[in-house]
Design a protein around this ligand. Structure first.
Ligand SMILES: [Zn+2]
Length: 255
């Protein structure tokens, strides 16, 4: 049976996510921005939390762990990089490890840059990736702890996933990301179509996620740093993609 995925808002602009295995009844929360909306979502579905899969150490992704663990005695899976403190961790995972949620299986991708410990969870059989603050819809996370080449390499790993994989990211930043992307990539027809779609979604108070890897490859300017027209638009024709990516990220920081 296919996984069931629920998304709901947490904090100011984080997404909360539950992934549920109907066969075993196992349910994981991807990150734990805050406990209350996660508990509410579980109660609404009649699900019991068995696992929390943490992507990185930032407070808006781990703040709810203690309360959820106290209530459900669930397993907490987190990145192996212990330099970043995350409390109540039961299992540390690294690149290539498998994480099981009942009968569902996720593959761990190390995607550092936003933080050094950042990982993403790919549920291959369910066509879903939870990539938190590495890849956003039409954007990417700020590079706080890593380098631009490191973040670019992480984005390439995600870009290499099959087109039909659904992208579940950490924040609802899509409209701001589109506004920025259009300044660099104004003639991109797929981006313009996405702008109209996202505007309709937000006007109807709907989330703009999940998106698809295939859509992101067409619309996300941060995944297009190796496209000649994008480099040229930045005055960086012929430069290495990681350098073009760094310039994109700096311009977005200033926007
Ligand atoms: Zn973060």
């Amino acid at each position: 049976m296919a996984a069931e995925i629920r998304l709901f808002p947490c904090l100011s602009d984080n997404f909360g996510y539950l992934i549920h295995d109907p066969a075993s009844k196992a349910t994981a929360s991807i990150d734990a921005p805050e406990a209350a909306p996660i508990i509410k979502a579980l109660q609404r579905e009649g699900w019991t939390l068995t696992d929390i899969l943490i992507t990185h150490h930032h407070a808006d992704h781990v703040g709810g762990i203690a309360e959820l663990k106290a209530k459900y005695d669930c397993r907490v899976v987190a990145p192996h990089d212990k330099a970043a403190p995350i409390a109540d961790v039961d299992e540390r995972v690294r690149e290539g490890d498998s994480v099981h949620v009942g009968g569902l299986a996720a593959r761990v991708l190390e995607t550092p840059g936003h933080t050094l410990d950042h990982i993403s969870y790919v549920f291959d059989a369910d066509d879903a990736v939870f990539c938190a603050d590495t890849l956003f819809s039409v954007g990417c996370g700020r590079v706080f702890e890593g380098t631009y080449p490191m973040m670019w390499a992480s984005l390439l790993k995600l870009r290499a996933l099959p087109d039909q994989i659904r992208v579940y990211c950490g924040h609802e930043y899509t409209l701001a990301n589109i506004k920025f992307a259009l300044t660099v990539d104004p003639d991109n027809a797929a981006l313009k179509a996405r702008a109209e779609q996202a505007a309709r979604q937000r006007a109807a108070n709907q989330p703009t996620v999940p998106t698809l890897i295939g859509e992101e490859k067409q619309t996300n300017v941060f995944l297009r740093a190796d496209v000649p027209s994008v480099a040229a638009a930045l005055g960086l024709a012929g430069k290495r993609a990681a350098e073009v990516f760094g310039e994109l990220r700096e311009r977005k920081n200033r926007s």
